[in-house]
Design a protein around this ligand. Sequence first.
Ligand code: RIB
Ligand code: CA
Length: 307
Amino acid sequence: MIKRPIIIDTDPGIDDAVAIAVALFSEELDVKLITTVSGNVSLDKVTYNAMCLLKYFGKEEIPVAAGASKPLLREVIDASDIHGKTGMEGFDFDEPDMSKLLKEHAIDAMRKVILESNEKVTIVPIGPLTNIALLIRTYPEVMENIEELVIMGGSTGRGNAGVMAEFNFYADPEAAKIVMKSGLKISITPLDVGLKALVLPEDSEQIKLMNKTGEMFYSLFKRYRGGSFSTGLKMYDSCAIAYLLKPEMFETAFTFVDIETKGELTYGCSVVDLRGYLKEEPNATVCIDVDAQMFRDWLMDRIRNCN
Ligand code: RIB
Ligand code: CA
């Protein structure tokens, strides 16, 4: 099987942790690099968390590079209310060897991986898009060797961080706008599917007993406020990996997407023009629905495989 080369750009983050695990243990994917970005919590914490995860999964050979510590323009916001102060509260990870963290900036590490790859590289941003915007503006030569961006972000409707803004896009709207206008092949798994991609109570009880990864996830889930044990835990970021590995789970629309960066009340809103009012050429494939049961079955199977 030819493994698809990917880079995961992330802000772990409890739901990021699940997405990263599934990707690392998927034989279809070759995770070439993990880059971190300020988002759920500060850059130092998300970077430490990424290193903790790789140590926990026995995958310390995968390089990690830290990226942007703040958005391009707006003030820093975080989601520590959702993920805890550390960003992955609920489980005590062994100290990782932080000397293994790459010395170069995330965009330099991404540039090297992309330009050296014999196959076009897919980038999976599951945090704010600051690193991605910096990468394509600083090193435009990478564009021709990027296969696709598969992004967790945005919403065709209401937000989860602002009235009309989803957290990843709200955390750096200007970066999101740069990326949407880049001309790269873009697929998006927005809140519309993230809110239906749930780990239900019966799933959590099974996950707890599956393996050491499930045991760790269960501990994190007790602190995760992206939903709840009883109503379902929202696996936003795993939707991006699910789209890569089982796109048939999703209903999609090829449409025009832009980001509001001037709206006083709608700053960070992803404007998804499903009915073509703006008469703009489509620039993204947007997942507008997901088979929730198929997602659950898929995720349980993938977590079972994380060992
Ligand atoms: O809106 C969901 C996104 O914001 C996810 O990436 C999650 O990690 C949170 O940071
Ligand atoms: Ca995330």
